[in-house]
Design a protein around this ligand. Structure first.
Ligand code: PMP
Ligand code: GLN
Length: 399
């Protein structure tokens, strides 16, 4: 390919997806899902459920299409959805949110992250602090926005940050502390102490907090606490979430931002030129979902917890050392006891060798820090019980 100049290069490089020949590669999720199809392997890689979401939500979308909700929704999002998001924040977290001033509906959490970082970052002197391993889009978007990435390591087995390392990394150049809680890929839920330190440091250094809470309803036996609930963080926090994980509709790409009106205005200034609006008939359907009774949300996480236990027990039996995730779709397994030294190589061979797909944790780390995650794999538990059982059976036979 003739070298095309432009921001794509630093974006791909930021994500570690620029080959030595200068070609962009697909994300690890795309690559591994393609391998799953090619090898007819069980895909425990990419995080998407293989079951339908709640019928009330699916039927509401079908009804909306039939009723003609098919043209551009308002830029900030359908009023019905903005009201449902505000009520959701009050109902679950006691946060008072104005649906007209504090909420912006986006094309998934991904657009919310992109628009927020592009809006808040001014140039290479701005630093964005992320917790590593990190969701792959973070490094790509920080690079696209032209900022400098600073990382705070999360180490196995607990994957909580060291508070001294965190304190030493945040400084007056820090524009954004980018938090993902519950955390992909480790399944960690940050302790109250960690949340408090993030709020303190953001306040001390006048930084924004951007918190990606797409797994907010998928914690196991402990409540999710948004960073915005800390009074020191409230005014400076952009809270991001999305419908994909909570309602098992990852292909709908309905996300949202909750923040102070000045921050909403700044992010809207960018977002309106990215997609303007999206997903008209899905917006009322997600509003219906956010209004489902508490029993729905409780059974959603209890059900995922059962699958996570099934997956974890099976992986342990096969010989992996397995993490204890406190939330999310994901479980981290260390393949070192199986003699594996390079999880990336192992994951590339696994579909053909065992008929199972997993994601190497190195895909979530910067080049300089990959070594410490070299033998770790991420498995997704958001699959049918039979699918998990079959994957374990295959691993047992081939490893
Ligand atoms: N953030 C995290 C931590 C994720 O795991 C994902 C993937 N689902 C996203 C953001 C993207 O969310 P969406 O599909 O709503 O854009
Ligand atoms: N969030 C999903 C995961 O971590 C993947 C989304 C994607 O393919 N970009 O598996």
């Amino acid at each position: 390919m003739t070298r095309i100049p432009g921001a794509w290069q630093r974006t791909a490089r930021g994500a570690g997806l620029l080959s030595v020949h200068g070609e962009p590669s697909p994300t690890i999720f795309a690559e591994m899902s393609a391998r799953a199809l090619a090898e007819d392997a069980i895909n425990l890689g990419q995080g998407f459920p293989d079951e339908q979401g709640p019928p009330e939500v699916l039927e509401a979308a079908q009804r909306a299409i039939g009723d003609g909700v098919n043209q551009y929704p308002p830029g900030p999002g359908a009023p019905e959805l903005r009201c449902a998001i505000a009520s959701h924040q009050e109902r679950f977290y006691g946060l008072s949110v104005d649906p007209d001033r504090d909420v912006l509906v986006t094309a998934g959490a991904t657009e919310a992250l992109a628009a927020t970082l592009l809006a808040l970052i001014d140039g290479p002197d701005d630093e964005v602090v992320v917790f590593e391993p990190y969701y792959d889009a973070y490094a790509a978007l920080v690079a696209l926005a032209g900022a400098t990435l600073r990382t705070v390591p999360l180490r196995s087995p607990g994957f909580q940050p060291d508070l001294d390392e965190l304190t030493a990394t945040v400084c007056d150049r820090t524009r954004v502390i980018l938090v993902n809680d519950p955390h992909n890929p480790t399944g960690t839920v940050f302790t109250a102490e960690v949340r408090s330190q993030i709020a303190l440091l953001a306040d001390r250094h006048d930084a924004y907090i951007v918190t990606d809470e797409v797994y907010e309803h998928l914690t196991f036996d402990l409540p999710h606490v948004p960073l915005a609930a800390d009074p020191r963080a409230a005014q400076r926090t952009v809270t991001i979430s999305s419908a994909g994980k909570t309602f098992s509709v990852t292909g709908w790409k309905i996300g949202w931002i909750v923040a102070h009106p000045a921050l909403i205005a700044a992010v809207t200034a960018v977002k309106q030129f990215l997609t303007y609006t999206s997903g008209a008939p899905f917006q009322p359907a997600v509003a219906a979902g956010l209004g489902l009774p508490d029993t729905f949300f409780a059974s959603r996480s209890a059900d995922l917890k059962r699958r996570k236990d099934l997956l974890g027990d099976g992986l342990r039996e096969v010989g992996f050392v397995v993490s204890e995730p406190a939330g999310t779709y994901f479980t981290v397994a260390d393949a070192a006891p199986l003699g594996v030294r390079d999880a990336e190589e192992f994951c590339r061979a696994l579909p053909a060798q065992a008929g199972v797909v997993a994601i190497p944790l190195t895909a979530f780390a910067s080049a300089a820090h990959r070594a410490q995650y070299a033998t770790l794999l991420r498995f997704a538990a958001c699959r049918r019980t039979e699918t998990i059982e079959e994957a374990i059976r295959r691993l047992r036979l081939s490893l």
